[in-house]
Design a protein around this ligand. Structure first.
Ligand SMILES: N[C@@H](CCC[C@H](N)C(=O)O)C(=O)O
Length: 278
């Protein structure tokens, strides 16, 4: 099994061209290959497939074997991979995902390599039935609260392709993400779980984010989570609609346009290629 190891600001993926190889159990393969000690090691598997409704199709499978609808850092890596291998020839194209059609636009350097990708991430949803969250499915979930170990936390929840919950904190470095992250991810309020973002506001155009991901645990960056965090911060009057999200290995630029569309711009890198021996 040939693969490429890629990352978007430290959120790392194993990318596999699975066209013509659809009969493999990729959920099981994800668990094995993503294992940090007895596999290649990654936060998830990105699969390249043909599409009937877009230029190409992407599947994202978390390191625990669960499939997600979308992945922001993943789609930048995916876009770089399919362009640099000539699978897609245009620098702006459509990708089929479980969260709908997503449109990456590539910034290609003088050597024909993709340095940066700007992605039209679509629009957020605030409905509980979309997030998915308990309570009246038609009502908005935007700001609510949950109780964890007897403590009440004010949260903001929304769907940005995948479900996200945001908590505003004074200092992201001081958050016990390994204790609180999984408890919120699996809280009964979220029957299909949630990604959890701890957000520190620096100023109206800059925030710091640490994410505990559904199905992957603490990651160095989360693209959909960065978008969701800027939206939540704006809705709470803390930032503008355009803000930089500072992560451990760099920055993502997020813009929530007036027409509700969200754009995310950031890097994608290929680290090595290899052959996985099954
Ligand atoms: N790392 C991602 C999100 C991947 C999916 C997530 N773990 C989920 O299950 O919802 C990103 O960059 O957006």
């Amino acid at each position: 099994m040939l693969f490429s190891k890629m990352h978007g600001l430290g959120n790392d993926f194993i990318v596999i061209d699975t066209r013509g190889k659809e009969d493999i159990d990729y959920n099981l393969l994800a668990k094995r290959m993503c294992h940090r000690h007895i596999g290649v090691g990654a936060d998830g598997l990105l699969l390249v497939l043909n599409s009937d409704i877009a230029d190409i199709r992407m599947r994202i499978i978390n390191s625990d074997g669960s499939e997600a609808e979308m992945c922001g850092n993943g789609i930048r890596c995916f876009a770089k991979y399919v362009y640099e291998r000539g699978i897609v020839k245009a620098t702006k194209f459509k990708v089929e995902t479980l969260a709908g059609i997503i449109e990456p636009e590539l910034f290609v350097n003088e050597y024909g390599l993709v340095d940066k990708v700007k992605v039209n991430m679509g629009k957020p949803s605030f409905k509980r039935k979309d997030i998915p969250m308990q309570g009246d499915p038609e009502s908005d979930a935007i700001n609510t609260s949950i109780v964890v170990d007897g403590n009440e936390y004010r949260i903001t929840s929304l769907l940005m392709g995948v479900p996200h919950t945001i908590l505003f904190v004074d200092d992201v470095e001081k958050v016990d993400i390994y204790t609180l992250g999984p408890k919120i991810e699996k809280h009964e309020a979220f029957p299909r779980k949630t990604n959890v973002n701890f957000v520190q506001v620096i100023d109206k155009n800059n925030i710091k984010v640490r994410t505990w991901e559904r199905g992957a645990g603490a990651t160095f960056a989360c693209g959909t989570g960065s978008c969701a965090s800027v939206i939540a911060a704006n809705l709470n009057g803390l930032t503008e609609r355009k803000a930089n999200v500072h992560l451990y290995f760099g920055t993502l630029e997020i813009q929530w346009q007036d027409d509700d569309t969200v754009f995310m711009t950031g890097p994608a890198e290929e680290v090595f290629v290899g052959e996985y021996l099954e």
